[in-house]
Design a protein around this ligand. Structure first.
Ligand SMILES: [Zn+2]
Length: 489
């Protein structure tokens, strides 16, 4: 049995002022066959990672393809996407004959000229391998689950958790189902229900937690193989941006249809009830300072690099400075030039530094301050569940009672290493301010005595009616009051 695996992944914010070129992939994940590290999967590469570990025991040959993944930003350079796609397709062609494919995709990648990158990749892959080859795909739930993708794959599984701590578990599920299909034990059929809604669904809050737990409990019995909730990625102007429910059943399409419809209707009934409460930066900082325990974690989701924001907005930092916050730490602020200047100054240097506020109007104004360089570290990493994410060279600077973590490789706050790499112990801090929507909860949730979400003036507005969509299929909630959800596949 011969299986092929590859990854092309990023999450494209089509409203972002930061274009994504091949350099963004080289900075994050750019691994040719055989180069994938042994220690942990990288962004979206869990299918290859898991298949490599299981190949011998499960009796198949793994043909490794390239793995390319970039931190979320604006639309991908067209020639660069075509280069990566054609490399993977050429590897696929060279690997024939194949029994199965395991793609690790994000599912919200947009390139100039390609609103549905993953649909394009899957359609071309299917044309090469033919109808009998079993194509399995693992996606991030913040994806656009287009009909083209469902038509050109046999088994689709999304991560269930947000924060995405189950990327390896879902890759294991995907490989298991592909192998069971190839052995003739199951005949997967898929159904897709379109909820016609845009939303955010952290699984750390009770309503979505319960929904995901019920989805999980349905799997592996009564002919149901897998259930996925597609959250959608709101910051993209593409036609099929919407929340959807996908069910994979064993041979019984009517059963898959019925369950997708039942869960889809439940998902629709959850509209407007799945997000945390948001405070203004001023109220959020004051509430954190006044809280009688520590650490308090304050999240700034609107400047989440994981959603394509620059992560250089300075509003929340200004509120900390205005409040003269003590024992506070904030990160990450993406500013490679400021990091370079800190390295030039050296540890212990005190000098006037301008940082942040660079990339666009939603970055705010830069901060000009006399800073002390308290720590410098080269080639840093942070953990996210079972995966590792690069931060590049990092610097910590202090202004009054506030330590600021400046990073080179743009990414969101995921692991405590963001701070500990620079000698900042999160447990000893009164306030920890993180730029992240909800992935920070995997590492910071367990140490937080209180979590506060703020809505800053950074680019990722929580109010989706503020976004200037032109291509999205209407009607859709909350842009339209009346919608017509239903089964579409
Ligand atoms: Zn996601």
């Amino acid at each position: 049995m011969r299986l092929f695996s590859a990854t092309i992944a990023t999450e494209t914010n089509t409203f972002s002022p930061l274009p994504t070129s091949i350099d963004g992939f080289k900075e994050s994940v750019f691994l040719r066959p055989g180069e994938h590290p042994e220690d942990a999967p990288r962004m979206c590469t869990a299918p290859l990672f898991v298949a490599r570990q299981r190949a011998a025991a499960d009796g198949f040959t793994l043909i490794e393809g390239s793995c390319f993944a970039a931190s979320p930003a604006g639309s991908v350079n067209r020639a660069d996407y075509e280069f990566m796609r054609d490399e993977v397709l050429e590897q696929l062609r060279a690997a024939l004959p194949l029994d199965g494919i395991l793609f690790g995709l994000h599912g919200a990648m947009v390139a100039h000229g390609y609103d549905d990158v993953e649909g394009d990749l899957l359609e071309r892959a299917r044309a090469i391998v033919g109808p009998k080859c079993v194509i399995g795909v693992e996606y991030d739930p913040h994806c656009h689950m287009t009909l083209k993708r469902v038509r050109n794959a046999d088994i689709i599984i999304c991560y269930k958790e947000f924060p995405h701590t189950d990327v390896v578990d879902r890759a294991e599920d995907l490989l298991t189902l592909v192998l069971r299909t190839l052995r003739g034990e199951v005949k997967p059929v898929m159904s897709l229900y379109d909820c016609r809604q845009i939303g955010s669904y952290p699984t750390t809050l009770p309503l979505m937690r319960g929904f995901v737990d019920r989805m999980t409990a349905l799997e592996g019995k009564d002919g149901i193989l897998s259930v996925s909730a597609i959250h959608c990625f709101p910051y993209a102007d593409v036609k099929e941006l919407t929340g959807r429910i996908l069910v994979v059943a064993d041979g019984d399409k009517a059963k898959a249809d019925a369950l997708a419809t039942r869960l889809g209707e439940e998902f629709v009934s959850m509209r407007g009830k799945t997000m945390p409460e948001f405070f203004s930066p001023k109220v959020g900082v004051k509430t954190g300072i006044d809280f009688n325990d520590a650490p308090v974690v304050i999240a700034d989701p609107a400047d989440n690099a994981g959603g394509g924001a620059p992560s250089d907005n300075t509003t929340i930092l200004r509120e900390l400075m205005a409040a003269d916050a003590q024992d506070a730490a904030i990160g990450p602020i993406w500013d490679p030039i400021a990091v370079k200047l800190c390295f030039d100054g050296g540890q212990g240097a005190r000098f006037p530094l301008r940082f942040g506020g660079k990339i666009g109007p939603a970055s705010g104004q830069p901060v000009d301050a006399m800073v002390e360089v308290t720590a410098l570290a080269r080639d840093c990493w942070q953990s996210f569940g079972p995966t590792k994410v690069t931060l590049g060279d990092c610097a910590a600077v202090r202004i009054g009672g506030i330590d600021i973590v400046l990073i080179t490789n743009r990414t969101q706050a995921l692991g405590l290493e963001l701070f500990t790499n620079l000698g900042i112990d999160p447990l000893t801090r009164k306030l920890l301010v993180v730029k992240s929507t909800n992935h920070f909860m995997a590492a910071f949730g367990p140490i937080a005595k209180k979590v506060i979400y703020v809505e800053s003036d950074a680019p990722l507005a929580r109010d989706y009616t503020k976004l200037t969509y032109t291509k999205i299929q209407r009607p859709i909630w909350p842009l339209d009051a009346e919608t017509t959800p239903g089964l579409i596949f």
